[in-house]
Design a protein around this ligand. Structure first.
Ligand code: PRT
Ligand code: ZN
Length: 291
């Protein structure tokens, strides 16, 4: 099939979003032959190609229509652009936040504490927006990596950087004082027109993506229960559909219960089930869920 008719998706080549992006697409049935060097890979059995690039290039590639879709962090997206793309879906991985951090010994009582400070960041546009919104005059110092070492080298009084676990800040004796943007990986689409062949592939991909994302976090729970405990069991299970209740061969007062829970099932919930009499409890992950 001609490349004009093949849907092209921009993905990060190496880095934190690469594996999760490929895993998600593989769950949607889009698989490529592993190849270390090729930048453009054909998906097996579908008119879809993946283009592997640096994450910073993804918004422009999608905006300009070189790629039809892309997976990128909202942090990169909103730093670079605000138009000519459509966010189709939040994907639930690559979660982090862009935050202001200052040395542990400094004080922060609100954004005004940053007045006249030198703030090191790789996100000057998002930082400037935050400073303007809070009417703070401060000096952004743009550096492309290792922002967290700037205060220790006396290059800056504060930083504005991505945080996930907070360990990097701790290691550099910094504390997080304000969150500017929450971020996760999103699927973006170009606003350029797509051919009917590409729209067909897109439709298929979006339906599969919905099934995979809907199933994410959902669990299938099976257990045995005394008949008398069914009502209390229903009230213990969160976000569940009506349970399927089946008779157990040779047991008068016990039934088998199968139920789908749309939320993660925590240990506490399982322990409560046991206290009202449930036994042989099995919790299974759900891979796909078609509506
Ligand atoms: O080479 P390329 O340009 O493609 O990759 P990159 O080096 O620019 O990006 P990469 O792979 O590091 O991150 C890609 C995307 O992952 C980011 O744009 C975010 O959307 C997302 N992400 C999620 C993160 C983090 N979590 C994260 N913790 N990106 C970076 N970090 C860094 C952060 O900058 C800081 O140095 O990790 C450190 C903080 O982590 P904690 O856990 O110590 O708080
Ligand atoms: Zn990058």
């Amino acid at each position: 099939m001609k490349s004009k008719q093949r849907l092209r998706i921009a993905l990060q080549k190496n880095g934190r979003l690469n594996t999760d992006s490929l895993e998600l697409l593989a769950k949607c049935g889009l698989k490529i032959k592993p190849s270390k060097n090729s930048l453009l890979c054909h998906v097996e059995k579908f008119p879809i190609d993946f283009l592997f690039v640096r994450d910073d290039d993804i918004p422009t590639l999608v905006m300009d229509g070189v790629c039809d879709l892309g997976i990128v962090g909202e942090n990169v997206l909103f730093e670079q652009v605000t138009q000519n793309f459509t966010v189709i879906k939040k994907l639930g991985f690559g979660k982090c936040r862009l935050s202001i951090a200052i040395p542990e010994s400094s004080t922060f009582t609100g954004p005004q504490s940053l007045e006249n400070m030198r703030i090191a960041t790789s996100y000057p546009n998002l930082l400037k927006k935050y400073l303007q919104q809070n009417k703070v005059k401060a000096e952004p110092l743009v550096i492309s990596g290792s922002v967290e070492i700037a205060p220790g080298l006396n290059m800056a009084d504060a930083i504005c950087d991505l945080v996930s676990s907070g360990r990097t800040l701790e290691e550099n004796k910094l504390k997080e004082v304000d969150c500017i943007v929450q971020s996760q990986a999103v699927l973006i689409q170009t606003q350029k027109n797509l051919s009917s062949e590409k729209l067909g592939s897109l439709d298929l991909l979006l339906n599969r993506l919905d099934s995979v994302l809907r199933a994410h976090g959902s669990k299938y729970i099976m257990f045995h229960s005394p008949k008398s405990a069914l009502e209390s069991i229903k009230s213990i299970l969160p976000g569940c559909e009506s349970p399927t209740v089946m008779t157990l061969e040779g047991a008068q007062d016990k039934v088998a219960v199968h139920v789908m829970a749309h939320e993660d099932i925590f240990w506490e919930t399982l322990e409560k089930l046991k206290t009202v009499g449930a036994s042989s409890i099995l919790v299974l992950p759900i891979e796909k869920m078609l509506a």
